[in-house]
Design a protein around this ligand. Structure first.
Ligand SMILES: Cc1cc2nc3c(=O)[nH]c(=O)nc-3n(C[C@H](O)[C@H](O)[C@H](O)COP(=O)(O)O)c2cc1C
Length: 251
């Protein structure tokens, strides 16, 4: 009798385990399908933010990205250190192109996927460049720069970053901003977390690429949000998350 009961409860367990397995398998499958649908929708709806795109004359074609880079990732990881003193040497256009591509470049044209992962492939972040020639927005889809301002705003940026010397000494500065509504539309308030996490991915891509190009950089989180928006001429729907001064380190 006890043996029969044992057999029955084993049979019950087996049925429950099979049911759980089937439910799990079904939910994983449906998640994958909905992710694929989101990606397809995104690629169709063109992720480019067209807000600043009226004047096509201000578009600058960036340098082609080399297919091989002799500097290995482990070397970059080993050698990455926050650098705040820069030599003043100008960063070459090819290296600026590489840094921007590392931040948000397209790596799969069909779906518009980028170098950094993005929750639901919704891409809430934008990348801006400041140098002696002005303020620019990176256009991932085209791998081009849109000139937003023709004047050097690095001194204003330095003041907005609580007068941190690294900003004043940098040849170029990259800013990462988020438009949270691009992710909160789908994920609710959790979308804010996702966008912030993504800024970390993008920033690390920039920092490691900088090392691989023999440049130095530092991630800056201490700045006045409103002043940064004013300098770039952005509305309040943008939130600046990171400012990254970059340059050749002092030898
Ligand atoms: C979220 C965040 C904010 C930061 N803000 C600043 C900053 O405002 N100014 C600065 O000089 N460094 C800033 N840093 C850099 C840290 O000071 C630096 O990473 C830390 O001292 C460790 O040194 P390492 O980057 O060389 O490993 C920040 C780093 C992170 C992750």
């Amino acid at each position: 009798m006890a043996g029969k009961n044992k057999f029955l409860s084993f049979k019950c367990l087996l049925i429950i385990a099979t049911a759980i397995f089937l439910i799990l398998a079904f939910s994983i499958l449906s998640c994958q399908i909905s992710d694929a649908q989101i990606s397809a929708q995104n690629s169709n709806s063109n992720i480019l933010n067209t807000e600043d795109m009226e004047n096509r004359e201000n578009i600058i074609k960036l340098a082609k990205i080399p297919e091989t880079n002799k500097y290995a990732l482990c070397d970059a990881l080993l050698n990455r250190r926050s650098v705040r003193d820069f030599s003043g040497r100008e960063i070459e256009f090819e290296k600026i192109s590489m840094l921007l591509w590392a931040a948000q470049g397209i790596t799969e044209k069909d779906k518009g996927f980028r170098t950094a992962p993005s929750a639901g492939a919704l891409y809430p972040l934008d990348v801006f460049l400041f140098n002696k020639d002005g303020v620019f927005k990176y256009l991932p889809d085209e791998h081009k720069l849109l000139q937003l301002r023709p004047n050097d705003m690095r001194n204003e940026l330095y003041k907005a970053c609580l007068s941190q010397g690294s900003v004043a000494r940098a040849d170029s500065v990259i800013a990462i901003t988020a438009v949270y509504e691009r992710t909160t539309g789908k994920y609710g308030s959790r979308g804010i977390r996702y966008a912030d996490i993504e800024a970390g991915h993008v920033c690390q891509n920039i920092l490691l690429t900088a090392v691989s190009l023999e440049l130095g950089a530092v991630p800056i989180g201490a700045f006045e949000d409103d002043k940064i928006l004013e300098i770039i001429n952005l509305s309040k729907k943008y939130t600046p998350i990171y400012i990254i001064p970059i340059g050749y380190p002092v030898e």
